[in-house]
Design a protein around this ligand. Structure first.
Ligand SMILES: [Zn+2]
Length: 104
């Protein structure tokens, strides 16, 4: 998505007089919640902020899955150079790979 597209999405979002949850969820690219929404009732403000929170939770778990996928790909492709891990206290993972950081 280009910067122009992002601005268009943001402008569309801001031009919505009373966006529904789905409309807010649909425009993922808007940058940040506001601390207050002048002109909105306390209930509306709360609802808007809760929508932001849910969207960020979704985004965060997508990011976490992406990181885990990339980490697994690195580990699978790694030739592994094991070294005894003297800092391990639980005795379950006593060796750690010096290249990719995985343990065994
Ligand atoms: Zn490795």
């Amino acid at each position: 998505m280009s910067v122009k597209d992002e601005w268009q999405t943001l402008n569309e979002f801001q031009s919505m007089v009373n966006p529904t949850g789905d409309q807010i969820m649909g425009s993922v690219r808007y940058p940040r919640y506001q601390n207050s929404y002048p002109g909105r009732s306390p209930q509306e403000e709360l609802s808007i902020l809760q929508d932001h929170y849910r969207e960020r939770c979704r985004d965060l778990s997508k990011l976490k899955r992406l990181i885990e996928e990339k980490q697994r790909a690195i580990e699978r492709a790694c030739a592994h150079k094991w070294q005894y891990d003297e800092t391990s206290r639980d005795h379950r993972s006593r060796y750690v790979c010096m290249i990719c950081g995985t343990d065994r």
